[in-house]
Design a protein around this ligand. Structure first.
Ligand code: FES
Length: 98
């Protein structure tokens, strides 16, 4: 076993399980990726689709790490807001402001 530092400052997990997918989690995932590209944040924030997170009734579910913050019932239109709040919280930084 080998421990390594994460290559990303922040990881956004988007549930890709059946129930969350039925509620447009794939579109949310795509919008998050588009928004990261637009903001040139792809080197510090990684967005990943997962299997079912086990909280289907609350979905679509998003978990932000570090901090393990759950965002439940997220819609594709929430992608910008999720990233805005992430940047405001200081968990991730906007490279254009460095
Ligand atoms: S399908 Fe997303 S939590 Fe189960």
């Amino acid at each position: 076993m080998k421990k390594r530092q994460l290559p990303y400052q922040t990881v956004i997990l988007v549930c890709g399980g059946d129930k969350c997918s039925d509620r447009k989690s794939k579109k949310l995932f795509n919008r998050l990726e588009d928004e990261l590209d637009k903001r040139r944040l792809g080197d510090s924030i990684n967005v990943v689709r997962t299997e079912c997170m086990g909280k289907c009734d609350d979905g679509p579910n998003v978990v932000i790490s570090p901090g393990a913050t759950w965002v439940c019932g997220a819609k594709p239109k929430d992608a910008k807001k999720i990233l805005d709040e992430l940047l405001d919280s200081g968990v991730a930084s906007d490279p254009s402001e460095i």
